[in-house]
Design a protein around this ligand. Sequence first.
Ligand SMILES: [Zn+2]
Length: 105
Amino acid sequence: MIEIASAANIVEAQLLADELRSGGIEVFVSGGYLTGAIGELPPDSVLRLYINNEQHRERAEELIAAFEAARKKDLPRRWCAHCEEWIDGQFGHCWQCGASMPVVD
Ligand SMILES: [Zn+2]
C-alpha cells in the first residue's frame, strides 16, 4: 500500500477518495470506518488515503493537487451538460455521470 494523501476529517477523505475513483484509481481510506460517525474522531486524528498500484501514483498526485488547488479557490458550481446535474467546483468529474468537467480559471 502506498500512502497518497491525508485528510483532516472523514468528509474530506471521502470527497478525495471519490475524486480519485472517478479518475479510475483504486483508493483505500484508513481509520475512517473504524471510529464511528462524523464528529467522534479525536481532533488530532488524521485519515490516510492509500493506493496499491505504483503506476497510479503520478495520476493520483495530479488529481489530489487539482482537488486541493480548486478547493482553495472556492470555485463556483458548474453545470454538467451530459446529465444536467450541478457539480461542485472542485471536482474534475461529474459525480453522477463521470463526464470530465472543463477547468475554469
Ligand atoms: Zn454529469
